[in-house]
Design a binder for this molecule. Structure first.
Ligand code: SME
Length: 163
């Protein structure tokens, strides 16, 4: 198939996430490689919504996240579990929505233009934490329950029970 980068900014958010999810599944059909999936999901989500920064931090040791595939300006290379928004999401194994990054104690500013952020844990089979997906926006309060549901569903790919 000929892959195309979607721009879904004109679509209602819920519908856009549905469209994106379906497209990610079709592009990744037959692929069984986490890094390929991270690269594909970050590129497609980033451009679909026009985010500031979109990418993965992989859990490479019990207490260490290291940057994986991403789109945007240079990201911090390593983040300790428990530090920043990413490290907190990894530690708590739950999604964190930060409407105003200046109000989050310990927020790590990789791109000073970031105003709001969402970090979603990425689980593999048997509930193993593989990574977190970090999305930043230049707009304050950009992320809501629809983004949470949409992004959590998107990273459901990594469980891939049928493969
Ligand atoms: N803001 C994140 C760090 C990663 S960068 O924004 C890409 C944090 O506080 O964990």
């Amino acid at each position: 198939m000929a892959e195309t980068t979607l721009d879904l900014r004109d679509m209602p958010k819920r519908q856009a996430y549905e469209e994106l999810g379906a497209y990610v599944s079709s592009v990744l059909a037959g692929i069984d490689d986490d890094i390929t999936a991270m690269a594909t999901i970050s590129a497609l989500a980033h451009h679909a919504f026009g985010f500031l920064w979109t990418g993965f931090y992989r859990l490479v040791a019990p207490t260490l996240l290291r940057i994986g595939p991403y789109q945007g300006t240079l990201g911090c290379l390593e983040i300790a579990v428990g530090q920043g928004v990413c490290g907190t999401a990894a530690k708590e194994r739950k999604t964190i929505v930060v409407p105003d990054v200046t109000a989050f104690p310990g927020h790590i500013a990789c791109d000073t233009r970031a105003r709001s952020e969402i970090v979603v844990p990425v689980f593999g089979r048997a509930g193993t934490l593989l990574a977190v997906l970090d999305v930043d926006s230049q707009i304050r309060g950009a992320f809501d329950a629809t983004d949470r549901a949409g992004l959590e569903r998107l990273v459901g790919w990594f469980i891939r029970p049928e493969r």
